[in-house]
Design a protein around this ligand. Structure first.
Ligand code: HEM
Length: 150
């Protein structure tokens, strides 16, 4: 069962990190374009990103705590640093990124644009992308620490 949880952990991680990288690349390319077609794509990209990324991040969280709950050997003094870091930093990134990126995502999209107004706000898009890059960096730091098993 714990092996299956680890499998779910990896699936969630792949979809979560994959969608973050994909959306960062796509939005960086699209924000330079100003045509109406691109504006609609930006809205769709953010909507699809929210649908994929947040459930995947939640899966990483649930499967992680599921594994910890099943294997009591990890609890207490015997828990290695990399796992403590993963649990604490991982939980913080997941919870904060879900909240912050959801709020920012709604601010990027201009729901009722006046004629001639863009369908997304460029300044908010820049903030959205910066937060994404920070989240990607923090995920990579967890992966680095887990790989070296510090
Ligand atoms: C940024 C988020 C996270 C990333 C990138 C991540 C990555 C990983 C990786 C790569 C492994 C395999 C390590 C190995 O077996 O050598 C792993 C295992 C594990 N993760 Fe995470 N994880 C994250 C969040 C969490 C969270 C929030 C928890 C919750 C407590 C958690 C708990 C675990 C547990 C218990 C294992 C199995 C450890 C073992 O016994 O080998 N992870 N994770």
């Amino acid at each position: 069962m714990s092996d299956f949880m680890l499998f779910l952990h990896f699936i969630g991680l792949a979809v979560w990190l994959g969608s973050l990288v994909m959306v960062a690349v796509l939005l960086t390319l699209l924000k330079k374009q100003v045509g109406e077609g691109e504006q609609k794509i930006v809205r769709t990209v953010i909507r699809v990103f929210n649908m994929l990324s947040h459930p995947a991040a939640f899966l990483v969280l649930i499967s992680g705590f599921g594994m910890l709950g099943m294997d009591s050997g990890h609890e207490g003094k015997g828990m290695p640093f990399w796992l403590t870091y993963m649990r604490d930093v991982g939980t913080t990134i997941i919870v904060l990124s879900m909240i912050v990126l959801s709020i920012l995502g709604t601010k990027v999209v201009n729901k009722k644009p006046e004629p001639g107004e863009p369908a997304f706000r460029k300044d908010k898009l820049a903030t959205f992308l910066t937060v994404e890059l920070v989240v990607i960096g923090l995920i990579l730091s967890v992966l680095l620490i887990a790989s070296f098993r510090f």
